[in-house]
Design a protein around this ligand. Structure first.
Ligand code: SF4
Ligand code: SF4
Length: 453
């Protein structure tokens, strides 16, 4: 079936069409791209007063003496570039993991990660050898579906051909994708019925304005489908109608690898489908903190796409949104968790959750819930930063960065981890052997009956 014939959940006018079937094949990467825009970053650069706080907060600079740090990658390179247009971007920009901790650390609000992303994009498009193994490895790694599928089928070949570390195993692909499950379950029409039933039970008007568009991202679609299912069930429990629009990768791995044209192409699809729904009163919800970060910060910083500001302003992380709109604490105070999630959790806040001010949300939510415990394992970066820790030459540094988190996890009461980021979850599991759960899974276990539906 061609792309044009592919059924989607929006009609030709862009209106949401709940009766249309939804297939996983629509969630495919595309590799033909226009050029990215050139933004003026001078005002941000001029705000830098060289305090070096960003450098002391950079996890890569801490373990890699060769890495010059965020101040050099951002304001200093930018000034050099402004003085001399021929100035070449230093190749060390490729060693930045795009954890974005420097953004959070800077007291002057210098847009460091925007500068790094812009410089990395320029380095890759103008200076990087397009025949090099590194270029193609990064390109394949940035395209999660292709790289993870290839590596799950042919792990040895992937390790050698892609220069990916042999220390890690690529995650298993689910036998049924989240989108296939969603479609079988009745897609948006089924969700509407369930949401209306929940509203009746809660004494809410059946036509209450509770509707969200779910941005599941790659990992919840192909690997941890249980997170996507938990998101849907929890939101329906509170009476929300969920829709799952056409979408592509958020672009997070592409930003980190300087593939800005790829990221733009994906962002155009995501913004287009989300902005149609935002116009119809939906809010965009992501269960991965890097996806919500991309939609609300990186897209408007790097791209000029119609509707992008409205999408950014109406995008939320999944727990964040429920905490704003529902009495989650109140409902959780009434329940006791039993079964396989009655656990003590070692919680790690992903760097991208910190950037959105969400690092305490799971701790605050679950600390008083009967039957479970939750403990913060500290402020350190997990070290994997998306594709960074998969690269053969970065693996040791990635593990060195993660060491503090592993130690804290091992000293924590429980031996199950919790985080909102799928790649942090991989690193936590890799460094400790623990099972890792998403907060949505615990919310589902606490609040939703009949998890089989
Ligand atoms: S994004 Fe992270 S790795 Fe990159 S310079 Fe900033 S703190 Fe360092
Ligand atoms: S923390 Fe901000 S002001 Fe301080 S050196 Fe870094 S970019 Fe400049």
């Amino acid at each position: 079936m061609s792309d044009a014939e592919q059924p989607t959940e929006t009609d030709p006018d862009g209106e949401f069409n709940p009766s249309a079937p939804n297939t996983g094949e629509k969630f495919e990467p595309v590799d033909v791209f226009p050029d990215s825009d050139d933004f003026d970053l001078r005002p941000g650069s001029d705000s830098c007063y060289k305090c070096s706080t960003c450098d002391t907060n950079c996890p890569v600079a801490e373990v890699d003496d060769e890495f010059p740090g965020p101040k050099f990658q951002g304001p200093e390179q930018w000034r050099l570039k402004q003085r001399d247009d021929e100035h070449e971007i230093d190749d060390s920009v490729m060693d930045c993991s795009n954890c974005m901790r420097c953004d959070n650390a800077c007291p002057a609000g210098v847009p460091l990660s925007q500068m790094h992303n812009t410089a990395r994009g320029e380095y890759v498009s103008e200076q990087m050898d397009k025949t090099s193994i590194e270029y193609w490895r990064n390109r394949i790694l940035s395209n999660y579906r292709t790289s993870a599928w290839l590596a799950s089928k042919l792990p040895r070949l992937a390790n050698v051909a892609m220069n990916v570390t042999k220390e890690r195993e690529f995650p298993e692909f689910a036998t049924e994708t989240f989108r296939e499950w969603w479609d079988k379950r009745g897609a948006a029409a089924g969700s509407k019925e369930r949401a209306q039933a929940a509203r009746r039970e809660r004494g809410l008007p059946e036509d209450a304005d509770k509707k969200v568009a779910y941005f599941h991202g790659c990992y919840s679609n192909y690997n941890t489908t249980e997170v996507g299912k938990a998101m849907v069930r929890v939101y329906e429990h509170f009476g929300y109608e969920v829709v799952v629009p056409e979408q592509k990768c958020s672009g997070t791995p592409m930003f980190a690898n300087g593939m800005l044209d790829d990221a733009r192409r994906h962002a155009e699809v995501n913004v287009s489908s989300m902005s149609d729904l935002v116009d119809q009163g939906y809010d965009a919800i992501a269960s991965c903190t890097s996806c919500s970060m991309a939609l609300r910060q990186e897209y408007p910083e790097l791209f000029d796409i119609p509707g992008i500001d409205d999408v950014a302003a109406n995008t939320f992380e999944s727990l964040e949104y429920l905490r704003i709109h529902e009495d989650l604490q109140g409902e959780l105070a009434e329940v006791e968790v039993s079964g396989d999630l009655a656990e003590e959790f070692a919680y790690h806040a992903p760097c991208h959750a910190r950037n959105q001010g969400l690092e305490r949300q799971a701790l605050e939510l679950f600390r008083d819930v009967d039957g479970v415990g939750i403990e913060d394992v500290g402020e350190s970066c997990s070290g994997i930063s998306g594709t960074y820790g998969w690269k053969a030459e970065k693996y040791e540094k990635s593990m060195e960065i993660g060491e503090e988190m592993f130690e804290h996890m091992e000293h924590a009461e429980g031996d199950t981890g919790m985080t909102e980021c799928p790649t942090c979850a991989m690193q936590m599991e890799h460094g400790t052997g623990y099972d890792i759960r998403h907060p949505l899974e615990l919310l589902e276990a606490a609040l939703v009956d009949g998890r089989g539906v």
